[in-house]
Design a protein around this ligand. Structure first.
Ligand code: AHR
Length: 662
């Protein structure tokens, strides 16, 4: 079947839900489930996660580092996010210094000319990622390279914004004229407050010139991994029970030039060995979240990586409007080698060069790997349509060395038969309602499908007369970091369609995953999970993911949904081991809606069932840092059920009923 254009490319225009979707005199809807007919088994990988460095997803997000611009490379002209602190009237100053590199990776230092007088300290402070979080009874680990002209003592600490309160502090002695790395712990008291806007300071009372490089501060991390991840965000991901992690996905993989793609070899080992690089979303990446960290992140969630390898294509920029494609053949060989080495790092044993390197980096066991994605969205900016040939060169090399791996193409290819095709859908809820049927008649002889990025993007607008319109969200829109209830229901409708086509769709993942919810911190709306430096909150779309994931079952059952309105969506899955059928019903309309449900091919259905419901008084309801629980699922018990029953589903709702069958 010919693929329709990806919805991401659809024209920008305002949308209303067409009135025909809400016809009230149409036949009442009926969902018939026939359990005597064959079921469609889910691929174990069906539900997963996609990730890239966007919206400060890693630095200032999941990666637990608390210092922003720890390498002093974020701006070549000034030490952004750093300032002079303490006795600022003393004539002291700070400036970037590129003449005192620590090593080849840490090439920039912050120079402090300290002229403290009268025992008043002066020093440097970092504002963190829109604040350094202070938590009670918490031990932080700070580390930095330093040297100085004087044999001095430094004080390292965590304070409130204006430095009037110090929550944790320690001394570092014997700063000398040679670079040395210092590591200290900072412990807050049990009665310290929890606040998001603290700051990190290093001060001295000894006049002299001091240099600092790679200044780092970590709170406790998930599973106490050194250089690890933020605990709350990891737990929220684990709760979704993802089967895979697509990493490092999206534009971040490609870079704005071949030089700034995700060069995984520069993300290994001690963070002091990592130069960092410019990302694609307007800010640098520290590369603290490197290849091994991606793999361990997947491992810590009980998920397997879906490894995205650079495919010799970098994004269009103002200077290069059609992107940069490396010519296939000899010029591409180093990039193909880079991909093969990357796979070896992930899966190789001690007898291989890169497997041995992974072991030396601290992970003896190879990681599981089934899928390798070649590139990302290669329909964007590749004016000369080079992907087919690029795909072929990577595919042949990967299959020759790793025949067991499944190769994912990012657009349809003719040169080879891709094992899997990655489709991306960013669409309004109206389009999602169509997309819920996209795969029903899709070609079953072609590649399997990975819906590797998708999300409902729309603006909910209420007119003065109370009419609710659903408008297309412009790509540049950044006011709402996380989606509304109605957008989440668009997601749920699409999920019913994907589940129904589980014979074709082997994986899917919402995107983007994370947003640092602070003006200036994010580039994209909407996103699944929001946070500041201290707190996080879950969007309605997160709850949809969690509800589906918690009720995935092992197969989709044979079913027919008849009648109107077209804003009604349903899918039923079965968990054979539990003897449970999960009926998932989405009502995208602003009015409640009855649905008759028939179960054929079963002996009996328990009269009572547990149900989970996601709804809110208004379709535009969102969660936020201030109101994290505005939209949340609730559970209830339904009674009066049987092989045939009718239930009225609330306006703007997702309901999942857990029927016990015999
Ligand atoms: O998820 C945000 C972006 O959308 C990704 O970087 C890219 O793959 C897609 O265009």
């Amino acid at each position: 079947m010919k693929n329709i254009p990806l919805t991401k490319l659809a024209a920008l225009s305002a949308l209303l839900l067409p009135a025909s979707l809400f016809a009230v005199d149409a036949p009442a809807p009926t969902l018939t489930l026939d359990l005597s007919k064959p079921v469609i088994k889910f691929a174990p990988t069906f539900y997963g996660l996609m990730t890239e460095e966007i919206n400060h997803a890693y630095d200032g997000g999941l990666y637990a580092e608390l210092i922003q611009n720890r390498q002093f490379k974020d701006d070549a002209q000034s030490p952004v996010h750093w300032s002079l602190v303490g006795d600022t009237a003393s004539g002291s100053s700070i400036a970037l210094d590129t003449t005192q590199p620590v090593n080849e990776a840490q090439t920039v230092a912050l120079k402090l000319e300290a002229k403290p007088a009268g025992g008043k300290p002066v020093g440097i402070t970092n504002e963190g990622f829109w604040g350094v979080p202070v938590k009670p009874d918490t031990t932080y680990r700070a580390s930095f390279f330093a040297k100085g002209s004087a044999d001095a003592q430094l004080r390292v600490g965590i304070q409130n914004t204006d430095g009037t309160t110090t929550y944790a502090q320690t001394a570092v002695t014997s700063i000398s004229s040679a670079w040395k790395r210092y590591t200290v712990t900072l412990a807050t008291a049990k009665d310290a407050p929890a606040l998001s806007n603290g700051r990190f300071v290093i001060t001295t009372t000894t006049p002299g010139t001091y240099w600092f490089s790679l200044v780092s501060l970590f709170p406790p991390t998930f599973k106490n991994r050194p250089n690890g991840n933020r605990v709350d965000l990891m737990q929220e991901l684990v709760d979704l029970k993802p089967a895979f992690l697509r990493c490092p996905g999206g534009n971040y993989l490609e870079g704005n030039s071949p030089e700034t793609h995700f060069v995984w070899k520069q993300t290994l080992g001690d963070i002091a060995e990592r130069p960092g690089h410019m990302g694609t979303w307007g800010y640098r990446s520290s590369d603290g979240m490197g290849l091994l960290e991606f793999m361990e992140w997947a491992e810590d969630m009980g998920a397997e990586p879906v490894l995205a390898v650079y495919a010799g294509f970098s994004l269009p920029t103002k200077e290069h409007r059609s992107g940069t494609a490396i010519p296939t053949g000899d010029a591409m060989k180093p990039y193909v080698e880079e991909a093969l080495d990357e796979i070896e790092y992930v899966t190789g044993d001690a007898g291989t060069k890169w497997g041995a390197r992974r072991i030396a980096d601290g992970h003896p066991q190879p990681f599981p790997l089934q899928y390798v994605e070649i590139g990302n969205e290669d329909f964007v900016g590749d004016a000369k349509k080079t992907y087919d040939a690029r795909f072929a060169q990577f595919y042949d090399a990967i299959k020759a060395k790793y025949p067991q791996l499944q190769c994912i193409a990012t657009i349809p290819v003719k040169s080879r038969k891709a094992d899997v095709l990655d489709e991306h859908h960013y669409a309004t809820s109206v389009e999602m309602m169509d997309l819920a049927h996209r795969y029903d008649k899709f070609d079953r002889h072609g590649p399997k499908i990975f819906v590797g990025e998708w999300a409902t993007r729309e603006l909910v607008e209420t007119a003065p007369d109370g009419t609710v319109n659903y408008a297309r969200m412009p790509w540049s829109y950044k006011q709402i970091p996380t989606p509304s209830l109605h957008a989440a229901l668009g997601d749920a409708a699409f999920l019913t369609g994907m589940e129904r086509n589980a014979d074709l769709i082997v994986m899917n993942c919402y995107a983007p995953l994370f947003v640092h919810d602070n003006p200036g911190a994010y580039q994209w709306s909407p996103n699944l999970i929001g946070y500041d430096s201290l707190r996080s909150y879950l969007s309605p779309a997160y709850y949809v993911q969690k509800m589906f994931s918690a009720h995935r079952g092992d197969s989709t059952v044979n079913q027919t949904l008849t009648g109107e309105p077209k804003t009604f969506f349903a899918n039923a899955t079965i968990d054979h081991a539990k003897g449970a059928v999960y009926v998932k019903v989405v009502n995208l309309a602003g009015t409640e809606q009855p649905l008759s449900i028939n179960l054929d091919g079963v002996t009996a259905v328990d009269a009572e069932a547990q149900a989970a419901i996601l709804t809110a008084p208004t379709p535009g309801a969102v969660n936020s840092l201030a109101q994290p629980d505005n939209v949340k699922p609730s559970t209830t018990r339904f009674s009066g059920l049987g092989k045939q029953f009718t239930h009225t589903f609330p306006a703007n709702s997702l309901t999942i009923i857990e029927l016990k069958i015999k």
